[in-house]
Design a protein around this ligand. Structure first.
Ligand code: HEC
Length: 398
């Protein structure tokens, strides 16, 4: 497909995905907040609590029924399209970015996996993920939520590890996100919505609703609640090369997920008690530790190659490498048919541009072998070391 058209397709779908996602997660956070702030002290008959709020210049009074109002209202608002459209647009984005260009974005550089096989692994894992998750929730494990949570966590970490064996770092991360996102939407579509429909039907027909369905819905929506923060990180993760670009990217993701779940837990429980207030400083400390362990040891590797006396000036060699391995894409006029303009606005046309971008070159091509995408221009380790040595010495132009 034409590169310019792909970019605008990407832009439009990504924008929709973001808007829908904000609406979904926003609504979800709001209802958790509502539930946690209900005043349950002296509820009116049939109510479990109420709440007063002021927003946008108006005062609201909300009441929650234990089960249902004596008469069903004419309009009952449902929240489902936020979830469905988030998934649909996310799936479309997965197709446009990763499955349309598998050798560039999806497959691990140097892997001999065929594009079709890689796409099949991606799609298959989303379906399999949902089936396994659904089965586990309905199994006897479903009665032991803490143990179930642990098992789910370990399985997701296992999936992250598996993806990182076959996919590029960013594709591995995005597939963990897509897997969790699919489970979340599956919960809405297959469990929570049917349970709510059954509840409304029972009330309308003046039957006693089956209590099993809401209980099932509650477990699933609790999972969705804890999934939100890890998924949100994954969705912005491709800005952070020291996470997905590391050989231990799956472990780093697991650690970030633990922190995210802890923080979510604090926010879920803080209304009742401050028992989990320690989660905030522990989360912050965790982030510090991660920043430390994902840092590079700049004193090590490159020196060896640098000491070799070379006739050509060091920068001339660097420039030659960059032009050979990077400029097909990173130029004001990319020669690669895949890009109409320089990706991420990064151009290596002049020595000054290369020098200015040295820290980014370090992050994308030296510390983590993320660039060239899919190592499509077959950059060697010696070349990465050469760039690293030049940057370590101050990235001078002579
Ligand atoms: C096949 C095309 C291609 C090649 C070759 C390539 N890149 Fe990139 N590069 C991209 C794309 C696409 C992006 C934008 C990634 C994204 O979507 O976030 C990018 C982004 C970048 C960024 C910006 C990252 C950021 O988030 O700010 C840097 C820096 C970069 N590349 C450096 C390099 C270097 C150095 C090389 C050569 C060693 C190289 N690239 C080779 C396609 C390429």
């Amino acid at each position: 497909m034409d590169a310019h058209l792909t970019e605008w397709l990407n832009l439009s779908i990504r924008w929709i995905h973001m808007i829908a996602g904000v609406a979904w997660i926003g609504a979800s956070f709001y209802f958790v907040w509502l539930e946690n702030h209900l005043d349950r002290r002296n509820p009116r008959d049939g109510l479990s609590g109420d709440l007063w709020a002021i927003h946008g210049g108006g005062i609201y009074h909300l009441e929650k029924y234990k089960l249902a109002p004596p008469r069903m209202p004419e309009t009952l608002h449902w929240f489902k399209w936020e979830a469905y459209s988030t998934w649909l647009s996310g799936f479309a984005l997965l197709l446009v970015v990763y499955y349309l260009n598998p050798s560039l974005y999806l497959i691990a550089p140097g892997s001999d996996l065929s594009p079709a096989a890689a796409v099949a692994i991606g799609l298959g894992s989303l379906l399999l993920g949902w089936l396994v998750y659904d089965l586990l929730c309905d199994s006897p494990l479903g009665k032991r939520p803490a143990l179930l949570g642990l098992v789910l966590f370990l399985l997701i970490v296992f999936a992250a590890w598996g993806f990182s064996r076959v996919f590029s770092g960013r594709a591995a991360y995005i597939h963990v996100g897509a897997l969790i996102g699919t489970i979340m939407v599956g919960n809405v579509f297959r469990i929570i919505m049917p349970a709510q429909r059954a509840l409304v039907r029972a009330i309308e027909e003046q039957r006693t609703p089956d209590p099993a369905l809401p209980a099932k819905g509650l477990l699933r929506s609790r999972h969705n609640n804890y999934f939100t923060l890890p998924v949100l990180f994954i969705m912005i993760s491709n800005h952070f090369p020291s996470t997905y670009g590391s050989p231990y990217n799956w472990l780093i993701l697991a650690a970030l997920a633990v922190i995210a779940v802890l923080i979510r837990h604090y926010f879920n429980t803080r209304h009742g008690s401050q028992k989990f207030a320690w989660a905030l400083p522990v989360g912050a400390l965790g982030m510090l530790c991660l920043a430390f362990v994902t840092g590079t040891d700049r004193s090590a590797a490159p020196a060896a190659t640098a000491s070799a006396a070379t006739p050509k000036s060091e920068f001339a060699q660097v420039e030659a490498v960059i032009h050979e391995r990077c400029s097909v894409c990173h130029s004001a006029k990319p020669s690669s048919p895949l890009f109409a303009s320089a990706p991420a606005g990064v151009m290596f046309d002049t020595p000054q541009q290369i020098q200015q971008l040295a820290p980014k070159i370090q992050a994308q091509a030296v510390t983590n072998p993320i660039m060239p995408l899919g190592n499509i221009t077959q950059m060697t380790q010696q070349e990465r070391d050469l760039l690293g040595a030049w940057i370590a010495k101050g990235a001078h132009l002579d």
